[in-house]
Design a protein around this ligand. Sequence first.
Ligand SMILES: [Zn+2]
Ligand SMILES: [Zn+2]
Length: 262
Amino acid sequence: MLIDTHCHLNFKAFKKDLDEVLKRAKDAGVEKIIVPGAKIDSSIRAVEIAGKYDCVFAAVGIHPHHASDDFEIDTLRQLARNKKTVAVGEIGLDHHHYKNYPQLTLNEKGKQVTLFLQQLEIAKEFNLPVIIHCREAQNLLLETIRGFQKKNSRIKGVFHCFEGEADYLKEVLSLGFYIGFDGNITYSENKKLVNLIKNVPMDRLLLETDAPYLTPLPFRGTRNEPAFFIETVQFIAGILKMKSEELSAQTSDNAACLFFGK
Ligand SMILES: [Zn+2]
Ligand SMILES: [Zn+2]
């Protein structure tokens, strides 16, 4: 039993062959897939796909990359109400300087924080976990979450596609969050992730594909899809010196605990 806790079946890359992708996922033992939104339209699409396929669940949210003046928070609130919505995400902060985009201004960084806080409020309102995306804004993100938790009850969730130093990992764990790892851990240049994952308590570990991105070896260079998930699971089981079945059982339990209230 495998649960892919982060997979963008709602993105264009899967527009043409979603049925086949889901069939291959099922054949490969992937029983549940959580599809996070990145904007309003991809959040709507996530809910649509979840409505069509029993094994698919939606997360709804606006990625910091798409923070703008018009956040359409009311639409998001509507989507959060849907019975197959299991999380608010992916949300967070991203200060990375992406190719072909101008450097973020202070004003834009401020908008990311505003949008993030508004979406934490929605998660609180609907008692949903959050899927956090953070790139190159770790301190500000920790500060923002700590501030939110001080005024509110503890918000729960996952730091997806985790990257960072061991100290940062410790901080995130102390806030009560789960930690998500992806197929990029199989890349030879990511030895740091291999060391990092050994510091994650077994009951806080989640696995994800982030498909269509981060295709694990040996399929790197092609579109990622949930059927390749097992490659990442086997690789991580090797690092943690456990059987793949044990690792998938434990991480599926963790996913069920966080997203399905079990
Ligand atoms: Zn992300
Ligand atoms: Zn993602």
